[in-house]
Design a protein around this ligand. Sequence first.
Ligand SMILES: Cc1ncsc1CCOP(=O)(O)O
Ligand SMILES: C=C1C=NC(C)=NC1=N
Length: 209
Amino acid sequence: MKRSDLEVYFIMGAENCKEDPLIVLEEALSAGVTFFQFREKGDKGLKGNEYIKFAKQCQKLCKQYNVPFIVNDDVDLALTLNADGAHVGQDDLPLKYIRKQFEGKIVGVSVHTEEEMYAAVQGGADYVGIGPIFETISKPDAKPAAGVSFLSRARYNFPNFPIVAIGGITTENANEVIRAGADGVAVISAISQSRDRKATVQKFKKLKK
Ligand SMILES: Cc1ncsc1CCOP(=O)(O)O
Ligand SMILES: C=C1C=NC(C)=NC1=N
């Protein structure tokens, strides 16, 4: 995994889409998103065979566009589908255990403090997700928007470690996040609910490093 793979990191579940989620994903992939995270959660989320079928369809699209297919939280699904990796939160750890299960695959970790960042790097994470940077509408239980201060500190402490920023990121505020040191932006609503997905993704791809 390269740091540049994190440039435009699309995250989506069926609940984030007003249109057919597979059409939303295909449009995002053809517009040039560089990474995809399957994040199907919440009580309205698909369950059982529907859930697995939807995940496989998303994985198939990612394969067609040669974009990494990462599963959020559901480590078992990631292993069952032989996904390109998993993204886990602090309550999904211990990382050592997950790292072993995903030899040669991508393991991403959400971090909110310097201790969590240090533990993620030490534990062998391939990248960290830092946020929410701004207020988000897509995660009801998100921590308060933290701004870019922790992001900048994480970059200062780990100049070469892959970092993606997340939370309320739009084409308007994305430059600030890149300037603060993120390698890329992880986005749900700005892409899944965009009126012009292609234009939105293109704007995210032109961010000034
Ligand atoms: C999954 C997650 N983790 C922190 S904020 C967030 C949601 C990001 O969604 P959006 O890009 O729509 O703000
Ligand atoms: C909470 C999250 C933080 N960061 C990323 C990349 N994905 C997530 N689901």
